[in-house]
Ligand binder design. Structure first.
Ligand SMILES: Cc1cc2nc3c(=O)[nH]c(=O)nc-3n(C[C@H](O)[C@H](O)[C@H](O)COP(=O)(O)O)c2cc1C
Ligand code: SF4
Length: 261
């Protein structure tokens, strides 16, 4: 039968019998304080532990929901690709702008996107043009740091290329010098080179690269993000490397009066 008395309590009563009144009061006060501290400590630990268990469960649920949504998203995108290819016919090459890594915590990463790349290759896309980052990651300090480097997306293109032998892969990412571009192709890191900002800063880049114009290439400034910032705000992109007159005349032509509206 359970008398509801713990070993600790039995010891407690046998001990107090031998104490004088004042000593007993002191002893009880000390014991009471110790006991209530112990109880509150135990209950605090239990509370924190239960909260941790609940948080872990929520995290598990959130991860599995995210995974399901990503699978669904990929499925829809694959169906879109098939629908586009059906609509344009066999003779029309359909390439795919491919986001290899969202550069976000819990975002899509190469591990998943390489699988998706091979699914697209199986469906016969003409090429994969690899990029990384989204409007949400473009503002992150680590992304800003990374994108200053010439060819910062090449390693991602290389990883994607390994997953899709037979499908041409385009690498981009502030590829400034023709020599750097040739090197990527020679090393087999990608099959084609994409230029966006670099051409924006110097539209004569290809002619200068081929030696048809003997002038230095105007570089895209690695610390600059003006064109992208403007696009993200829904404004026409202009380039900080253009002359003041050129920028102003461009902005006028698209209906904006000044450089800093
Ligand atoms: C002003 C601007 C607008 C862009 N718009 C798009 C776009 O609409 N769709 C897209 O897939 N990439 C877009 N990009 C990304 C480029 O296609 C390219 O992948 C990226 O800028 C990296 O190449 P780069 O370093 O030579 O600029 C844009 C880039 C810039 C600078
Ligand atoms: S605006 Fe800045 S980032 Fe954009 S192309 Fe010109 S120099 Fe490069």
């Amino acid at each position: 039968m359970d008398l509801g008395i713990t070993a600790w309590e039995i010891d407690f009563f046998s001990r107090i019998r031998s104490l004088k009144r004042q000593a007993l009061e002191q002893y009880l006060a000390t014991e009471e304080a110790r006991r209530s501290a112990q109880i509150s400590l135990v209950s605090e630990v239990a509370r924190v532990y239960l909260a941790l268990v609940a948080d872990r469960e929520n995290l598990k649920l959130a991860r599995s929901t995210l995974r399901n949504q990503q699978e669904m998203y990929n499925l829809i995108k694959k169906q879109v690709v098939e629908a586009v290819m059906d609509a344009v016919g066999q003779d029309f090459p359909v390439g795919y702008r491919f986001l290899a890594d969202e550069m976000l915590p819990d975002g899509l990463q190469l591990e998943e996107t390489r699988v998706y790349a091979s699914e697209l290759a199986k469906r016969g896309v003409a090429y994969l043009s690899v990029m990384v980052g989204t409007y949400d990651s473009f503002y992150l300090p680590e992304y800003k740091e990374m994108e200053r480097e010439q060819g910062y997306m090449v390693k991602f293109a290389h990883e994607v290329k390994a997953a899709v032998p037979g499908t041409p892969v385009i690498a981009a990412g502030r590829i400034q010098s023709p020599e750097f571009a040739s090197n990527i192709i020679e090393k087999g890191e990608a099959d084609l080179i994409g230029l966006a900002r670099v051409l924006f800063a110097d539209p004569l880049w290809p002619k200068k690269a081929r030696g048809e114009i003997k002038e230095p290439i105007v570089a895209c400034e690695p610390t600059c993000s003006l064109c992208m910032q403007r696009v993200m705000k829904g404004k026409p992109a202009d380039c900080s490397q253009w002359s003041k007159e050129r920028r102003e005349s461009f902005l006028k032509s698209v209906g904006q009066e000044s450089l800093f509206p």
